[in-house]
Design a protein around this ligand. Structure first.
Ligand code: PLP
Length: 361
């Protein structure tokens, strides 16, 4: 069996160690006589799995006790609606649009209630962050929504640019959660679909400040109400048990990598060598994003000659480099270099890119 270097944007690569452990435990988890997929979510075995997963996540991210951790379903896309359903409470909310995902979140929220565009960089093709002067905030907003890593445009908000605005900050962290330390207490709500940097699809993580619970109108369905889910330990109904189990194994793997500071050091180096290869290619490859907000997780780039795209994709695939085709809305290439893609994988990509440029430049 040969595993390729997987640069898929999501569902994405998982750590090989985690997959091997899951394989070993697939038929019989810790002597239970059955696998995790086959056991009750209310039994003592699964209870220990979910409790360990939550404790490990709290330790990794430094989540204070006054935040609830929810293991939900429906993806980040469901959160685009669930957030305004729960938090608007008849008021208005602000959205900063820095790429396709925050634009989608803003659009979906308009179906639920009143929302305002506080800033958008769409006029510049989503290649930068708005300046402080460009952001017009409503001081009475129910919350301010941002996407801290735009998976398609490759724009990431550096941690030091997360400022207190006086209203609860809500962040879509789907594609860079767990990639670096995050100041959780600066946020009212953090959410992420699991399939980028946490585990399998089907699980959605929500980390919510206690003060934001209990605001939803009674008219919304109970599975959509954060406080109902929190009161029921995310188990009002059957949770995505297998996805939670794999996420828990990923959390343990992250602890073995030195936690978020440990993995961040590797991620920084991965991003550095890849952007260096792009920037030092003499224009053969280019990335349009402002260097001060380039994503360390999703690296879009184009070839100066798009006629070479097909050859680049065919040859990279033959070289064991999978899923480098860019998102259809921006074209070109994209390398997603999540936690589970090791430095050796990015080095293999860089070597291929240098060689390809030499042969075709
Ligand atoms: C993938 C992604 C989404 C959508 O996630 P689903 O789980 O498919 O709903 C939303 N936001 C960001 C930043 C993403 O990367």
């Amino acid at each position: 069996m040969t595993r390729v270097w997987n640069f898929s944007a999501g569902p994405a690569a998982l750590p090989e160690e985690v997959l091997r452990q899951a394989q070993e435990e697939l038929l019989d988890w810790h002597g239970a006589g059955c696998g995790v997929m086959e056991m009750s979510h209310r039994g003592k075995e699964f209870t220990s799995i979910v409790e360990t997963a939550e404790a490990d996540l709290r330790e990794l991210m430094g989540i204070p006790a006054h935040y609830k951790v929810l293991f939900l379903q429906g993806g980040a896309t469901q959160q685009f609606a669930q957030i305004p359903m729960n938090l608007l409470a008849g008021r208005s909310a602000d959205y900063i649009v820095t790429g396709s995902w925050s634009k989608k979140a803003f659009k979906e929220a308009q179906r639920i209630g009143s929302v305002r565009l506080a800033a958008s960089t769409e006029g510049d093709g989503f290649t930068r962050l708005p300046t402080a002067e460009e952001i017009r905030l409503d001081p009475f907003a129910a919350y301010l929504h941002v996407c801290t890593n735009e998976t398609i445009h490759g724009v990431e908000i550096p941690a030091e640019r997360i400022a207190d605005t006086g209203v609860p900050l809500v962040a879509d962290m789907s594609s860079h959660i767990l990639s670096r330390p995050v100041p959780v207490e600066k946020f009212g709500l953090i959410y992420a679909g699991a399939q980028k940097n946490i585990g399998p699809s089907g699980l959605t993580l929500v980390i919510i400040h206690r003060d934001l619970l209990g605001m939803a109108p009674l008219s919304i369905p109970s599975v959509m109400d954060y406080s109902v889910m929190a009161e029921n330990g995310s188990m009002l109904n059957t949770p995505p048990t297998f996805a939670i189990y794999i996420a828990g194994l990923v959390f343990q793997w992250l602890k073995r990598q030195g936690g978020l500071a440990g993995i961040a050091a590797v991620n920084t180096e991965k991003a550095r060598i890849l952007y260096d290869a792009i920037d030092s290619s003499g224009g053969f490859y280019s990335n349009p994003v402002d260097p001060d907000c380039r994503s360390a997780m999703n690296v879009p780039f184009v070839l100066a000659d798009p006629e070479l795209d097909t050859t680049f994709l065919a040859e990279s695939k033959a070289a064991g480099l999978m899923a480098l085709k860019g998102h259809k809305s921006v074209g070109g290439m994209r390398a997603s270099i999540y936690n589970a893609v090791p430095l050796a994988g990015v080095q293999a990509l860089v070597d291929f890119m240098n060689d390809f440029a030499r042969r075709n430049g």
